[in-house]
Design a protein around this ligand. Sequence first.
Ligand SMILES: C[S@@+](CC[C@H](N)C(=O)[O-])C[C@H]1O[C@@H](n2cnc3c(N)ncnc32)[C@H](O)[C@@H]1O
Length: 387
Amino acid sequence: MSLEKLPADLPVPHDDGAADHLIGMHLPPIALPSTLGESVVLSDAGSPWAVVYVYPMTGRPDHELPAKWDLIPGARGCTPQTCSFRDHKAALSELGADVYGLSVQATDYQREMVDRLHVNFPVLSDAAGEFGAALNLPTMQAGEMTLYKRLTMIIRGGRIEHVMYPVFPPDENAADVVSWLRDRLAAKEDAASAWNERYTAAHELYGPEPNQFVAAELSGLSPRRVLDLGCGQGRNAVWLALQGHDVTGLDVSSVGIDQARALAARTGADANFEVIDVAADYQPQAAYDLVVLSYLQLPPEMRSVVHGKAVASLAPGGELLLIAHHVDNLEQGIGGPPTADVLFSEAELAVDFAELELLRNEKVYRNVERDGVIHQAHDILLKARRP
Ligand SMILES: C[S@@+](CC[C@H](N)C(=O)[O-])C[C@H]1O[C@@H](n2cnc3c(N)ncnc32)[C@H](O)[C@@H]1O
């Protein structure tokens, strides 16, 4: 029997939802023994990405596989999966990703496999099950053994950004991770260049004044440390700075940030602006008394990542104001993005900001004039406080 080849008729595993909770979670700071000798704390790992493929158990040429192993959906294929990560290691490094295997077998058992297959990355042992328990990783039984189900986590800054589960066929997993990372990097460049084009074409796309809800909700506050995520051309950040706040505005568009800096200079506002992809590159610190998100419309996976970072940016007692296009705007409103996946609902925001005390999470209406006629745009406004 060859462990490196997959039998053709393996049962296909189905998604039982047991990994749904993982996206957005922070890895626990647990040191795991590695086949390279030193222990690894995955929450600190990655340059900037860490790819952790969790697998049930590799077989050994001199041992029988557990009874009925090939009949357990998703069980077979740890060796081909490991070989595929070995063979894709250079491509993953080029994309900024470090690879780790992880299973419950002891390091000595894993080291035999690593030596035999010439594995060129660390394989980590969670024999005590501590790491898996902290993340509630899905498990399966094989006789007496409790093993992890196969899944792959793509991690950035200690936070799980993407999960592949189930993984099938396992020997294609590494190539799928390479494709995901490539798409992710291309999407980032696309977003930046699309907004750069829009802002180059329209110098004050949304005008120089703050959004009406930002102005209404945030007037007259005592000075605070404010973070404006996706600040665009700076209309809100500049107004907040003029109100006496210590403001940082972040945006992926370099053209938008140049225009925000110009608006600040023109109006005498003192604010910091930085070009950064807040989904991919921004590393939050709980240093802000107020976080503002104004029409930062992102698809679901990115949305929950960015909203998680917004929460993580709040100092205790800090407040968050989000204003965005409501999903009902598509059918009932005017303007805004034409696709539902980047529009928000109260239910989605309640999940994203569940850690916070919600003060408001409701639909609000904004008058928009088109050709002399007043229409109503349907927005969503969320206000929340970090306990
Ligand atoms: C509709 S505009 C809103 C701009 C600003 N908040 C306002 O209300 O005027 C959305 C902004 O989000 C920014 N953006 C989109 N994706 C981003 C990302 N991943 N990281 C940082 N900024 C992003 C865009 O560049 C754009 O400036």
